[in-house]
Write a protein that binds this ligand. Sequence first.
Ligand SMILES: C[S@@+](CC[C@H](N)C(=O)[O-])C[C@H]1O[C@@H](n2cnc3c(N)ncnc32)[C@H](O)[C@@H]1O
Length: 548
Amino acid sequence: MSPTPPGLEIRPHPTKGRALYSTQSFVPGQTIRIFACPVLLLPSTAHLSAVCSYCLRLGEPRACSGCQAVWYCGKACQAAAWKSTLSTVGHARECSIFRKQRLAGRPSGNLPTPVRALLQMLLDDDVARVVDALEGHVVQRRGRNEEWKDLQLMAMAACAYAKGRAEEGELKRAVELLCKIQTNAFHRSDADLGQVGIFLEPTLAMANHSCLPNAMVEFSTRKAILRAERPIQAGEEIEISYTDPTDYTYPLTKRVEALAQYCFQCACSRCTEDLNVYQVCAMTKSTTPAGLSLVPDASKLRAHPAARDQAQHALVKSMGESAAGPIEPPPATASLPLRRHLLRSQYGNCQGLVAGELWAVTPVPQMLSELVMYYVEDGNYPFALSVACLIATASDPSRFVSPFHPTRAKNLLMVAKLLSHTAEGTAGLGKSVKSVAGSVHLEQDVQDTLQDIDQVSLCQMLLVMVLRTALPGDADDGGLAARAREMLDDIEQLQGRQKELSFINPWIEDPGSEQSTAFFDYAVAQQVDALASLGRAVLHMDFGPDNR
Ligand SMILES: C[S@@+](CC[C@H](N)C(=O)[O-])C[C@H]1O[C@@H](n2cnc3c(N)ncnc32)[C@H](O)[C@@H]1O
């Protein structure tokens, strides 16, 4: 294994095997380490023709003319991917194999992701040796019949591709390598695209899991960036979440299910005491710098009744567990009326949570995101905006205490994007609200609120917040920050905003000053809160019990 980079140390842990420890302190949002030399980085099969196989950027990549099983966004990425490096296997080694298979009428573009990953290991002993040193839980996995059969089938397929026919010993080694890949590879996801591939780097693979993590992993092109989510002291273990890319707030049973593939039981206090999101939020000391959170007064978040009240806690537990099962995003091809119908029934399942103002309890935030998409597709931007504000104020800050959490940044950007639509003209606004709403008062309220708000300034300040919480360099790598920067550039071109800028610029320069804090509260926090209140009313009117 390569030497551990500075700032980090790998040491044995009394119960978790090895662990990653920090050798210095880190503040929330700070980059702990960038891992730019993965031993494995490839798109998942479902995304093969949608992202570049080298940089994993979304686009319209073109298939390699040799094998037609791998796609690149341009010549530079194709050339960079061709040769092996010290850490990764070059495409040259697999291309000839894929080409032969294609000529024999067996296209390789639909091989399962783990088979393609294992094939790379089998083609390069140096890379395989690095993976050999990792934990694979081979014995436990052998005891799980179905999983073991799948692993053997995939190993046979990879061996057949690599060598034609495998000896028993080779097959055994292939299965073991596959176990190690399954235990240590990350689902390479980003806030925008979800899971688009897998990423494996041996030092990062030493990070253990907690449902109360103090660090997070974000991906940008070929890099994984380990970032502090909470304050970390020198000597402390660095723990990340292994469950659903950016979400460790699922109900306990769902988390246990998700962690089964790693063959351990989590013993963090979220698990052992079955704490709900509000309890975790209440016990987390927040040190959010000014100008980063839509709920600057964290004591408001900590005071949620579900953090203290036993009856509310019981409600969160029973309703959260029972409602979390049925929430599935509607099929991409579903018509708007069908989506509306599905959302109605999901809203009905979540009624107890909604009535208790438990907006941060899974699956409510996921359902709210679906509702935003529904209103967007229906062209009703004001309603979409009001529900997005509800997510940004009543769901996200309680679920993810750190304002640097990528889900929070993603939803802030969503609010900003929707504001850019609603700000476009009050005529369009009136039309779109009226065409959908059933209540004259609510239509009027939404219109009045939006007309009272300086939507352009609000949008500008939210974009500045997105950039403040984004990864350094993200704007150059085409991530969320790139889009925020582009929108901000457009706003900065607008003429005649001297008066607004005389307030906004001092806030940008010194968000912590008394004047800036008061301005932020008035211009951002209160306005988003007002829209979020309308979001509650919109949902009640459109999806509530009277409308089913
Ligand atoms: C990606 S590896 C992490 C490094 C690992 N500890 C090692 O020694 O190689 C994942 C494995 O670490 C162990 N692990 C991770 N988080 C754990 C936790 N919270 N409690 C116990 N074991 C854990 C499990 O064996 C899991 O399959």
